[in-house]
Design a protein. Structure first.
Length: 189
């Protein structure tokens, strides 16, 4: 997670540097404090853009962190002249992809999970499928779907990295689908 909090009462020597100076120093020293100053300057801009695309405060906060984590890597190799414009375009492109992915996941949730919930009420098969998942997948699935926790909260509650949470949920959904399909085929025969 990429967060940098600087007290407003403290004088930050990096605040006097231009965006290009911060980028140049980051590229030379790879000290994330320089990107942290860029975060302090532009996190609100990225949050506003994220909220526009994702429509949920938690998702927008997650996106800001993810975008600045990506920036840490991209700035190592990219030459950036106008940071604010570059940040806006990079963020917009990432958010469009993220929005499409969220919409696909919502479709999958509505198409698969709702039908799985109906089947669970009828047969308990979903509960059996969930119990067959490994601990990591089961915990993440239960927190994300049944307790409606956002990815970042699941990561915080479990101690897993954000990417590990997303992976566990994705793999868990796939394993649930496979289990349900296999058992439905068995019952149809």
């Amino acid at each position: 997670m990429f967060y940098l909090l600087i007290s407003s009462s403290m004088k930050n020597p990096l605040s006097n540097l231009s965006d290009n100076d911060l980028i140049g120093r980051y590229q030379n020293e790879l000290d994330p404090a320089y990107v942290g100053e860029l975060y302090n300057r532009y996190a609100l801009l990225v949050y506003g853009l994220s909220y526009k695309y994702l429509k949920h405060p938690e998702n927008a906060q997650d996106a800001v962190s993810e975008i600045f984590e990506i920036i840490l890597d991209k700035l190592k190799t990219h030459e950036v002249i106008f940071f604010k414009s570059w940040l806006y375009i990079l963020s917009k492109n990432l958010l469009i992809r993220k929005q499409k992915k969220i919409n696909t996941e919502k479709f999958m949730e509505n198409g698969e999970l709702v039908s799985l919930n109906i089947q669970r009420e009828e047969s308990g098969l979903l509960q059996q499928a969930i119990s067959n998942l490994n601990d990591e997948q089961r915990t993440c699935i239960e927190l994300f779907y049944y307790q409606q926790k956002p990815y970042i909260e699941v990561a915080s509650m479990t101690g897993y990295e954000l990417n590990k949470v997303k992976s566990a949920i994705q793999n868990g959904k796939r394993n649930l689908k496979i289990f349900m399909e296999e058992n439905n085929r068995t019952h149809e025969q």
